[in-house]
Design a protein around this ligand. Structure first.
Ligand code: PBG
Length: 325
């Protein structure tokens, strides 16, 4: 057979495949979500996230040291607030001695160079498990933005390098940026959860923080999985309002959105490989239906190939070990 082009020439050995690989994962790509609990020596496995834990600050610090030693540059903090601290204002969210604020300080003290990002939304502090303030069954936008400003300022004051608003209220990125400028936080970054979809794949995360909505769903603020153009609008508006990084979430069911957002904006794009995506891989691996290590690398490579510069993922530690070996 005479062929002018033989595409398999570029695939014939590990060496040539490595030379022409278009997408290369590194531990620099990962943002590690951490679930933090009150107490000492607390380490609780999340039942729907096998191998992932909620830990008290002491254990979290040991974990962060290990992550840093593996080459990981960033952690994203979530706290489990006590039930008695929850209300409909979210005021525990800006308590200077709250669990989040203490965690930020402790981590920055232990590993000053690691980039500490914090989740900004009211759900862990809301008696209703919603990301905002509830009035007459409605999640009200503007009062919620006021609360998110206080929350963001308190994280910055505690030493957070970045805030990551995950609430999907309108106008919050601009408002937080303005507040940071007003208070002199000119080095604090904003990673906006810009295109965050109303996804069923958040289930295990809500188990981890006991933060499932008490009534209704999140469809009046999180996006409809049917929509694409709206994601571009959200991302572009967040960039205009001052976001330094924009995020698409979840990742795997939204790879097309990651690519379109990447093509539309001139800031780094992150994607959140969320709890339900982690659970899918873990469950299939446990059943012996897939090879977990290969599934992790293939999954993360697909997200980066789609256009994500950064990936928040519960597989970060495993992946870093696989990549470093
Ligand atoms: C809360 C928040 C959620 C996640 C990150 N921040 C859940 C939600 O919106 O209900 C999900 C993360 C995951 O599922 O891994 N605002």
């Amino acid at each position: 057979m005479y062929l002018q082009r033989r595409n398999r020439i570029l695939r014939q050995s590990p060496a040539i495949r490595a030379m022409v690989a278009e997408t290369v994962l590194t531990p620099n790509d990962f943002i590690v979500p951490l679930f933090i609990d009150e107490g000492k020596g607390v380490k609780i496995e999340i039942s729907s996230m096998p191998g992932y834990f909620r830990q008290s600050i002491d254990g979290t610090i040991a974990e962060v040291k290990e992550l840093w030693s593996l080459g990981i540059k960033s952690v994203l903090l979530f706290v489990k607030s006590k039930d008695e601290l929850k209300d409909n204002t979210g005021k525990e969210a800006w308590n200077p001695d709250g669990l989040m604020q203490r965690s930020i300080k402790a981590i920055k003290e232990a590993v000053p160079e690691i980039i500490v990002m914090t989740d900004v939304a009211l759900d862990p502090y809301s008696i209703y498990g919603h990301d905002g303030i509830v009035e007459n069954g409605e999640i009200v936008n503007d009062p919620t933005v006021e609360a998110l400003i206080k929350m963001s300022l308190s994280h910055a004051a505690a030493g957070a390098d970045w805030v990551a608003p995950s609430d999907m209220m309108d106008g919050r990125i601009g408002a937080i940026r303005q507040a940071f400028e007003g208070e002199g936080y000119t080095r604090t970054g904003i990673m906006a959860y810009s295109a965050k979809y109303a996804s069923c794949f958040y289930g295990p995360f809500r188990d981890a923080l006991d933060s499932a909505p008490g009534f209704g769903d999140k469809k009046t603020y999180q996006m409809d999985p049917a929509n694409r153009t709206e994601a571009i609008k959200e991302a572009m508006m967040d960039v205009e309002e001052g976001a330094d990084i924009v995020m698409v979430k979840p990742a795997l069911p939204y790879l097309d959105i990651i690519r379109e957002v990447k093509n539309a904006v001139q800031v780094p794009v992150s994607a959140y490989n969320i709890s339900g995506e982690y659970a899918l891989v873990k469950a299939a691996a446990k059943m012996g239906w897939i090879n977990e290590e290969k599934a992790i690398i293939e999954t993360l490579t697909s997200i980066k190939r789609a256009g994500a510069d950064l990936i928040a993922t519960y597989f970060a530690k495993d992946a870093a070990k696989l990549l470093n070996h």
